[in-house]
Design a protein around this ligand. Structure first.
Ligand code: AAO
Length: 511
């Protein structure tokens, strides 16, 4: 009986919360809009050697091709069928990516768009990434197939058929989100059809799913779909492994629907995390880094073991979704590196790093009129991710995950995995430091004056290489060196005008 309960607690109950990353790998990266061929190469040449656990990919199923505006990134959130056929690649390329990434211990997490199909106002025809016919006006998606029976038109009670108020949970689940045809997930046919799509991906070898627009589905309907899913492919995962599930629910407080309603299904995106961290690092609303001592649940966030966290995502880096102006992105690179560094050093949540492309941002009355612009492309065909001699990316791919400060903090998190939050220090303002047991230590100076302090690091004595200003290579260090004395103390000085005003050392950066 005891054994059974243990099994229930560790294996069965917890399964969908476990990212199934390879042992010792603790973060995933969202390679937004990348082609499958480039992701396969990136797994082999970069992500595996640098210790990344996995990749969140853009939706792999057939979507509407939108011409006005021309091929926006958001066309991929308007499904036409579940054929694996998009601008990122076809089914063969998808399978090749999953196999090659899994073979080097980097897993694939699919962005699953299952709440809806295309916009209701999209014209009938074959303007889709695989050429499948569809007729939104008639609710006809023959390539699935779905018909009028499979949508929530009869169930939604608003006059417009749209979500008109986020204060009414019925509208949010039963009506259309920005005109998108809302699937009737209460129907077994719809549940089984979605589960078949997800099972096809699981059988190919994916490790889990981001479930798009989860707030717009009833948790019980989602559970019915998730209960139909296969275990992960035993070529790469241990027998009985359930897919990792993280649900996109935007809960900044103040609405009828809360994240906690979804904990039974898996993890949930914690949108408060990036919104608050951006506010603190920008020093808005009187916030200071010294207030971060109780970061996590102490800030009203969900339990750490339910949270999927990120500094920015593909929506709020361009003003979609939620979080507002405080969100830090690659456009504010200095603060962004500090934000991502803080996230990766701190034990709270399961971490996702964003990897973006550059677009011609252009503000009019505070809004970016180019927030729709799709990935770098030639006449609509997504451009290759080229790699420059200095290991950065070309063709307008930003590749934040390849920035030294971010890549090295992914390694820091792996080294510090399982170690407690320790040795907090702050100056009452925006200079803070903390460690992770005896494995890692990080110091930030976000004040307008120099930091010069002797601090307890918790680390064994020795000389360590700061992984923010440089890299350890062999027994030398291309950045700042920090000597930790035998009592664990070390002196840190960080100028407020340093290129990156933070320093991080860890067990593997010891010289
Ligand atoms: C496109 C066009 C539309 C057109 C439609 C159909 O832009 O004009 O009507 O096609 O033809 C993406 C794009 C959409 C795009 C869509 C389909 O962002 O612009 O529509 O593809 O092509 C809500 C959802 C959340 C969603 C987010 C964008 O709850 O699930 O909107 N995110 C996902 C994806 C996203 C995708 C979809 C879903 C659809 O990540 O890329 O859309 O598949 C409140 C609510 C949030 C709500 C936001 C925005 O947030 O709480 O739940 O997110 O509003 O509507 C403060 C508040 C905060 C509030 C926020 C904004 O911060 O504290 O709570 O203000 O008001």
């Amino acid at each position: 009986m005891k054994f059974f309960l243990l099994l229930l607690a560790t294996g069965f109950c917890w399964a969908q919360y476990d990212p199934h990353t390879k042992y010792g790998r603790t973060s995933i990266v969202h390679l937004f809009e990348w082609r499958w061929a480039d992701i396969a190469l990136e797994c082999e040449r970069y992500l595996a050697p640098k210790g990344f656990g996995g990749v969140q990919i853009s939706p792999p199923n057939e979507n509407v091709v939108i011409h006005d505006p021309s091929r926006p990134w958001w066309e991929r959130y308007q499904p036409v069928s579940y054929k694996l056929c998009t601008r990122s690649g076809n089914e063969e390329e998808f399978k090749d990516m999953v196999t090659r990434c899994n073979n080097v211990g980097v897993h694939i997490y699919v962005d699953a768009v299952i709440n809806h199909m295309s916009g209701s106002g999209v014209a009938a025809g074959t303007s889709s990434t695989c050429g499948s016919y569809f007729n939104p006006g008639n609710r006809d998606f023959p390539a699935v197939p779905y018909s009028g029976w499979d949508f929530n038109d009869g169930k939604c009670k608003t006059a417009s058929g749209e979500i008109e108020s986020y204060n009414d949970p019925y509208q949010v689940r039963d009506c259309r989100l920005v005109g998108l045809l809302d699937l009737a997930l209460e129907k077994d046919y719809v549940r089984s059809t979605i589960a078949a799509y997800m099972n096809h991906l699981i059988d190919i070898g994916v490790a889990g799913f981001r479930i798009d627009a989860s707030k717009h589905m009833w948790p019980g309907d989602m559970k019915a779909v998730l209960d139909k899913l296969h275990n992960l492919n035993t070529n790469w995962f241990s027998a009985g492994s359930k897919p990792f599930i993280y649900q996109e629910v935007i809960d900044l407080g103040g609405e009828a629907i809360t994240s906690s309603e979804y904990f039974g299904n898996g993890r949930v995106t914690e949108f408060k995390y990036g919104a608050k961290l951006g506010t603190v690092l920008r020093k808005w609303n009187g916030e200071k880094m010294s207030y971060l001592q109780n970061w996590g649940e102490g800030w009203g966030f969900m339990p750490s073991d339910r949270a999927l966290v990120f500094v920015d995502n593909h929506d709020n880096q361009r003003g979609h979704g939620a979080g507002g102006a405080s969100i830090l992105t690659f456009w504010d690179s200095r603060l962004y590196k500090m934000g991502v560094g803080f996230m990766l050093a701190h034990p709270y949540g399961f971490t996702r790093v964003m990897s973006s492309y550059r677009w011609p941002r252009s503000f009019q009355n505070g809004n970016d009129v180019n927030d729709w612009v799709g990935p770098p492309n030639n006449n609509g065909v997504i451009k290759e991710v080229t790699i420059n001699a200095d290991t950065t990316c070309g063709n307008d791919w930003v590749c934040e995950h390849r920035w030294r400060q971010i890549r090295n903090m992914v390694a820091f998190r792996n080294v510090a995995n399982g170690q407690p939050f320790a040795n907090w220090w702050d100056n009452g303002s925006n200079q803070v430091a903390f460690g992770r047991g005896n494995k890692g230590f990080i110091v930030f100076n976000n004040d307008d004056w120099e930091l010069s302090e002797t601090l307890q690091t918790g680390l064994p004595g020795g000389t360590y290489c700061d992984v923010i200003s440089g890299d350890k290579s062999g027994n030398s260090c291309t950045g700042i060196k920090i000597s930790v004395s035998s009592d664990g103390k070390a002196h840190f000085s960080i100028s407020n005008s340093a290129e990156d005003p933070f320093i991080a050392i860890h067990a593997d950066s010891k010289l």
